[in-house]
Unconditional design. Structure first.
Length: 404
């Protein structure tokens, strides 16, 4: 006997996490993923507070902790590469207790491995249409045969196709947890773009993250060991661009234009850009919706409430949402209860994401000078732990703003 059938769109983190919880309750679960295979590697992500609790409930925390990236230090450098300041990574990034930092692909692989035996995964396909009726959701696919499911959940990210097909479009910005009205409105741009890609580790970075700021621009690089590839991130302030988000060549051209001649190692990183097979580019953006479900169709993770990469909380929100939805889907009013429980937690983290996005890229030389001075003197401050704790207190509160 099964509790019903569920189709999940998206095999990143949120989708397999939800699949894990639903299978334990007896649901027949299918996960459809547009990519031809599971996406491995990728950038590092934090799991904090309630996100850690969710991993423990899912039974995979110890495996996730075993692949913690173990970052030791964050170093700020000048244009010529000389260090301005170096501080412990856990202190500066606000990790404490059981909080972990892992590669997104590693976490995805752990969740996939835990579910692959009894969850149907369909790679290289996507939902083409949805018809929500009284007896289930009729789904057509771009490649596969049409099928009916009791529920459909979109866990397909910032630019969710499920959100559009279900008519759950993002509104005109996030205001106290609610946005006004519907319509084909894009996610809310927060004033910057981010790109992440792999390069040869010519600096022999070893579990260190190096940061270099210029007005309106940030370059950072980190690696898991001196003989491992380095991940480079480039963030630049910009109004909303009119580029085609599927045109990778155009996106790479934008990065080259924004960072050429910036200093430090920027030009050398750009020289490796065209060869990078894992190039990522997108807006720092948020998704704020008046509701996360319609009938038998619901949304999860970034598809429902993307807080932006600047928040450092997207993965935790996805894991907590998967745990909560996994407990309530299929019950009378289950989708509404999932939203009721999650809204306060999401609201606090959306606010953190908006603030972090503003702080991520300094606007001028004075701001950079002030930041550099603060980092340089903080190392010698006799109460630096208390200073950092006070600065990061709102993030701690947001990370633990739900009891699960």
């Amino acid at each position: 006997m099964t509790a019903g059938s569920v189709l999940i769109s998206g095999a990143g983190v949120a989708g397999p996490a939800l699949a894990l919880g639903l299978r334990r309750r007896g649901f027949a679960v299918t996960v459809v993923e547009r990519a031809p295979s599971l996406r491995t590697g990728g950038y590092k992500v934090d799991v904090r507070g309630a996100g850690v609790t969710a991993l423990k409930h899912l039974g995979v925390y110890e495996r996730a902790r075993a692949v913690d990236v173990g970052m030791k230090q964050i170093t700020y450098v000048r244009r010529d590469g000389r260090p301005i300041a170096a501080l412990p990574a856990d202190l500066l990034m606000g990790r404490r207790g059981d909080d972990i930092e892992v590669l997104r692909g590693d976490l995805s692989e752990i969740l996939y491995a835990e579910t692959a035996a009894d969850v149907e995964y369909v790679f290289g396909d996507a939902i083409a249409s949805l018809h929500d009726g009284p007896d289930g959701v009729d789904v057509t696919f771009e490649r596969g045969a049409a099928r009916r499911f009791d529920y459909v959940v979109g866990a397909d990210g910032l630019h969710s196709a499920t959100r559009k097909l279900a008519g759950l479009q993002s509104g005109f910005g996030w205001r106290a947890g609610r946005s006004e009205g519907f319509g084909d409105v894009p996610p809310e741009h927060l004033g910057a773009y981010i790109s992440i890609f792999s390069v040869p580790n010519h600096l022999r970075i070893d579990r260190e993250e190096i940061m270099f700021f210029r007005p309106g621009r940030l370059v950072f690089a980190y690696a898991m060991g001196p003989h491992r590839p380095a991940q480079v991130g480039m963030v630049f302030a910009s109004a909303l661009l009119g580029h085609d988000r599927r045109d990778v060549a155009a996106q790479k051209a934008l990065i080259k234009d924004a960072f050429a001649g910036m200093g430090w190692e920027a030009d050398r990183f750009l020289a490796s850009l065209d060869a990078a097979g894992d190039f990522y580019f997108d807006s720092l953006a948020q998704v704020g919706l008046p509701r996360w479900s319609s009938g038998r169709v619901g949304l999860l993770g970034d598809a429902a409430h993307c807080p932006s990469p600047a928040s450092g909380q997207g993965t935790s929100l996805a894991l907590v949402g998967a745990h909560v939805l996994g407990q309530h889907l299929g019950e009378p009013g289950g989708l509404e209860e999932y939203e009721r429980l999650m809204r306060p937690y999401v609201d606090k983290n959306m606010a953190i994401g908006k603030k972090m996005a503003k702080d991520m890229v300094p606007g001028g030389r004075l701001a950079i000078t002030f930041r550099s001075y603060g980092m340089r003197t903080l190392k010698y401050h006799p109460r630096k732990e208390q200073v950092i704790h006070k600065i990061l207190a709102p993030m701690y509160e947001a990370a633990n703003a739900i009891a699960i």
